[in-house]
Design a protein around this ligand. Structure first.
Ligand SMILES: NC(=O)c1ccc[n+]([C@@H]2O[C@H](COP(=O)([O-])OP(=O)(O)OC[C@H]3O[C@@H](n4cnc5c(N)ncnc54)[C@H](OP(=O)(O)O)[C@@H]3O)[C@@H](O)[C@H]2O)c1
Length: 327
């Protein structure tokens, strides 16, 4: 099969098309003939040699795909058949004509979503669900701030939060991106390069503070978040683009009774992902099929244009998901 190889850790020019054996599904796995793969920020880090795949995962880039089931491994229950159209969360191996996926991490392509666009759903929907709703940290009627409103995560978080009855504000890096966030249902969108987003969000909350923040920045945003949160607020970290070392006044956490947490999705066990997958199938898939949450796709690149696709994500000019059309 053809796949995207990283010749050595480095820039997008290190991505080349290579040929290798089709993987074999192990116990509990299916083989997927990949139609499309979603790009994620973590793929850029992995390409640079900063984010190795978890033990046992394919070294090939790609953490989400859509396609058709081509082969079924041992002990997979009868819910999947050869030829079924699925999208899947995988720990690696997606930038390839074939990949294996745990049957428990596959979902049917939602009605009304194209096979290609479905490749952009798993990573963002699992991450947003796991961090906001599985606990649940975000509830109906609460005030919610998500950074990176036009990222794959941000576009999904805005829509899911709205669909579950929360009120949303967000940040983005340009006026055009802020307008797009408003079109998705955010009440306010702050250009973090030009505006004091913390002051803006506090004013929006009528000086009460926000209940939940989903953060991918960290660094010097941390003390601002503690100040901005309402009593019993929840601060949830999913990345540390702005730095992982922070300083804070612990008294603020105690006096406001804040919850400060965070998580990563990729290293979780298949069983843990299966619990999330079942919740998502019951509670999020109907919202997608009703058009209340839709995949926002920035651009679809051919697999041969993978270096260009990585350059686009690196430039942060995209709005929504960047996808690779594999076959
Ligand atoms: N923990 C997990 O399990 C998990 C899972 C998936 C993704 N993630 C993380 O979630 C983030 C989004 O992922 P993605 O794949 O959707 O990537 P993406 O589309 O490349 O998004 C990155 C986002 O970060 C925003 N950003 C960067 N610096 C910022 C700042 N100082 N203030 C506000 N926003 C800032 C960017 O905003 P502009 O482009 O507008 O500048 C952009 O929207 C990534 O950091 C990724 O690593 C974590």
């Amino acid at each position: 099969m053809r796949f995207v190889d990283v010749t050595q850790p480095g820039g997008p020019e290190m991505l080349v098309i290579a040929e290798g054996p089709v993987p074999k599904p192990s116990v509990g796995e299916v083989l997927i003939k990949v139609a499309a793969a979603g790009l994620n920020r973590a793929d850029l880090l992995q390409r640079q040699g900063h984010y190795p795949p978890p033990p046992g995962a394919s070294p090939i880039l790609g953490m989400e795909v859509s396609g058709h089931i081509a082969q079924i491994g041992a002990s997979v229950d009868s819910s999947w058949n050869i030829g079924d159209a699925v999208c899947a969360l995988i720990p690696g191996g997606g930038y390839a004509e074939y990949c294996v996926a745990a049957a428990w991490c596959c979902l049917p392509v939602p009605a009304g979503v194209s096979l290609t666009d479905a490749a952009g759903l798993p990573e963002a929907v699992f991450t947003v669900w796991a961090n906001l709703f599985a606990q649940p940290y975000l509830r109906e009627g609460e005030r919610f701030l998500v950074h990176g409103g036009t990222s794959g995560i941000g576009t999904t978080a805005i829509q899911m939060a709205k669909a579950f009855g929360a009120r949303v504000v967000t940040t983005a890096g340009s006026g055009e991106k802020c307008s797009f966030c408003l079109s998705l249902g955010a009440e306010r969108a702050f250009n973090y390069r030009e505006e004091d987003w913390a002051a803006g969000a506090f004013e929006w909350s009528e000086q009460k503070g926000v209940d939940v923040i989903l953060d991918m920045v960290g660094g010097d945003y941390f003390p601002k978040h503690l100040k901005l949160l309402a009593s019993k607020g929840r601060l949830i970290h999913i990345a540390t683009t702005g730095g992982s070392q922070v300083t804070a006044d612990l008294r603020t956490i105690m006096l406001k009774r804040l919850v400060v947490t965070g998580s990563t999705l990729r290293p979780r066990t298949v069983s843990e992902k299966f619990v999330l997958r079942n919740q998502i199938l019951r509670q999020v898939w109907p919202l997608i099929e009703a058009g209340k949450v839709r995949p926002i796709v920035d651009r679809v690149f051919a697999m041969d244009e993978v270096a260009e696709a990585h350059r686009r994500m690196q430039s942060s000019t995209h709005i929504g998901k960047i996808l690779l059309q594999v076959s």
